[in-house]
Design a protein around this ligand. Structure first.
Ligand code: AMX
Length: 436
């Protein structure tokens, strides 16, 4: 069985060749133009960065190396006894562009489990945080502190060839992904279940199986399966989203993966990005409290208008790139449809009914370019149903997941020798001079 590193070693040369050819033959080819609206509009729509693992189509949604979510669900190995994609098979696909075999997936699970323990000083650091410190702040600080053991940083200090950067990057990235469950679970226990014993990592379990067990939900098979799917699906969403772009930017300075990804986590912590799933749940619960669970479409419509007229956004709807219902939302809805306990859940039923009404209301409202749901419209509500009820923790789970894609690109950025990012900024005066 070929290992992950051996597989990457084989695929990297052809990608390097592809980049060389693009540079040699098309360096001056124009692929888009920059308008004033792009400059003042958060760079929306500008094609300005390389990102290998996934590409987001406005209508079709995400593809991972060309595979749609349903494609991935067909071909990627699951956990033994499970049906859902797992983090390991998704990570393998993201990194190599290839579908791993069952044996390769198990080998990676074992490697991650063997590397999953936290250094004692990080445990102490995390245990010293007040329970009132937001779990995302704790996660970002814990990840940054793990750079104590960065192999890339140590090798760089000694002096290594540029062509070797990616191998140290890969080692760091695997170590970081391996340690995220223990770190994230420790934060959960400290904040919400203080004093309860944290189980040790089981070397025979997959990454998310271990994560769920350490959170204290190991005996809930359906929640474990949900988290496997959730973490695989949230793994990557091309490069321009705020968290992925942040890790790309910081990594371009040759900061190690721990520092790069901790910066990404602080971008993920914003309410317009990763915090949205907690906002959706808060909003749906407030709706339930006000109008009840057994409600008509008309009542939901009224509640939607109340939210909009109050000057608030409808959380879980709209997207910077997508212009259709998010296929990740659809995949999570299908998970709900396949599990009777979720079909009977009042909060899940309310999410579904909201989806039947909200797009038309948002179209009539006329502001958002995308009146359809994004993945957050449902993700937190399922966690809530299964008893993981601490909203503030939800973005941490997203943070465990997004590492798959962001760290993949760090490996590729170093393998391709991409330079430090340095876009040009302009003042309004400078912009006006250009327009004249
Ligand atoms: N409800 C009400 N109004 C909305 C809206 C929504 N769900 N989504 C967008 N709008 C409004 C915007 O606020 C903006 O109004 P303005 O002109 O007064 O500022 C207008 O519609 C145009 O916005 P847009 O171009 O359609 O969206 P965007 O690219 O600027 O923002 C996003 C995208 C996701 C931040 C926005 O749709 C939003 O705030 N949605 C709700 C929060 C949410 O679900 N976020 C999750 C995103 C996914 C993720 O990162 N996890």
């Amino acid at each position: 069985t070929k290992s992950l590193k051996e597989t990457l070693q084989e695929v990297i040369p052809s990608k390097q060749e592809q980049l060389k050819k693009l540079k040699a033959e098309h360096a001056q080819t124009v692929v888009g133009d920059v308008k004033v609206e792009n400059i003042i509009g958060g760079m929306r729509g500008i094609k300005a960065m390389l990102w290998e693992a996934s590409v987001l189509d406005p209508n079709e949604g995400i593809r991972f190396h060309g595979l749609t979510i349903p494609d991935c669900q067909k071909v990627l190995p699951t956990a033994p006894g499970g049906k859902e994609i797992i983090a390991e098979s998704m990570l393998w696909l993201l990194l190599t562009g290839q579908v791993p075999s069952e044996a390769q997936t198990r080998q990676l699970s074992r490697e991650l489990a063997e590397k999953g323990d936290l250094p004692a000083f990080v445990e102490k650091l995390v245990d010293s945080f007040p329970a009132t410190l937001h779990p995302m702040t704790q996660l970002g600080m814990g990840v940054a502190a793990l750079n104590h053991d960065s192999l890339f940083q140590a090798a760089y200090e000694k002096g290594i060839k540029k062509s070797e950067y990616w191998t140290y990057m890969l080692d760091d990235c695997i170590n970081l992904i391996a340690r995220l469950p223990a770190l994230a679970a420790r934060i959960y226990r400290n904040v919400y279940k203080p004093g309860t014993p944290l189980p040790a990592i089981n070397k025979d379990l997959d990454l998310v199986g271990n994560y769920t067990t350490m959170l204290g939900f190991g005996d809930n098979h359906n929640l474990t399966e949900y988290l496997r799917l959730y973490i695989a699906l949230h793994g990557d969403h091309e490069g321009g989203n705020a968290s992925a772009h942040t890790s790309h930017l910081v990594g371009s300075t040759l900061s190690d993966p721990y520092l790069s990804y901790s910066a990404a986590l602080f971008a993920l912590a914003g309410p317009l990005h990763g915090l949205a799933n907690q906002e959706v749940l808060r909003w749906q619960l407030a709706m339930q409290a006000e109008i009840g669970s057994d409600v008509s479409h008309e009542q939901i419509k009224e509640y939607l208008w109340k939210t909009l007229k109050g000057g608030q956004v409808v959380p879980g709807y709209g997207h910077g790139v997508l212009r259709q219902a998010d296929p990740r939302f659809i995949a999570l809805q299908e998970f709900c449809d396949a599990h009777p306990e979720l079909q009977e859940s009042s909060i899940i039923r309310l999410v579904k009914k909201t989806y039947e009404v909200a797009p038309d209301v948002l179209k009539e409202h006329g502001k958002t370019k995308n009146p359809y749901p994004n993945v957050d419209a449902t993700s937190g509500c399922v966690l809530y149903h299964y008893g993981l009820k601490e909203f503030k923790y939800y973005t941490v789970i997203f943070g465990v997941s997004r590492a798959l894609g962001a760290l993949t690109q760090l490996v590729w950025s170093r393998a391709l020798g991409l330079p430090i990012e340095r876009p040009k900024s302009l003042s309004m005066d400078a912009l006006e001079m250009l327009i004249k």
